[in-house]
Design a protein around this ligand. Sequence first.
Ligand SMILES: [Cu+2]
Length: 195
Amino acid sequence: MKRSAFATALFLGLAACGGSDSAEMDTPAESAAPAAAPAETEAMSGEMTMPEWFTMDGSNVTLDITAGATDKGNYWNYNGYQFGEVTITVPVGANVTVNFSNNDPNMAHSLGISAGFETAPAMVDPVAVFEGAITANPTSMTEATLPGQSTSISFVASEAGEYSMVCYIAGHAVSGMWLHFNVSAEGEAGVSGAM
Ligand SMILES: [Cu+2]
């Protein structure tokens, strides 16, 4: 509940500041938002952008996510990002498709949407918060998405909140293989953070 209220305040703050030029499906909260928002809130969230790997067509969001896109962190990254350094935001109710590819030459990886955290636990339960929001055999080093393989998952981002996109292979999330994944009640969409 606290987290949810915080998220709402954050989004209202962003709307009030007009600090984002990202696509927004609808911003009914804008007129109701208080004029003032703490400056640090905006700085913490950063600008939201829509990189080429994030596309939106109506309520359909497509994310092209590559494990081991770079060799950063021994290839244990998503599109070159680790440790929640970027936040992917989709509108509540979006039909999300994740096209997941594994470019790590050495290691299997997986991808799913789990409960939000700021520090990854040693083990993340391989249970998605949205039905279908997890790749096959997510904890298996031999049967998850292997080097050179790709797969797709689709799910409805049915509940607003702050979640994590995470790899479930033992040790990967705690080593940095996770990003923030937010579902916005205000219809915000894009990517923020250290882009
Ligand atoms: Cu992994």
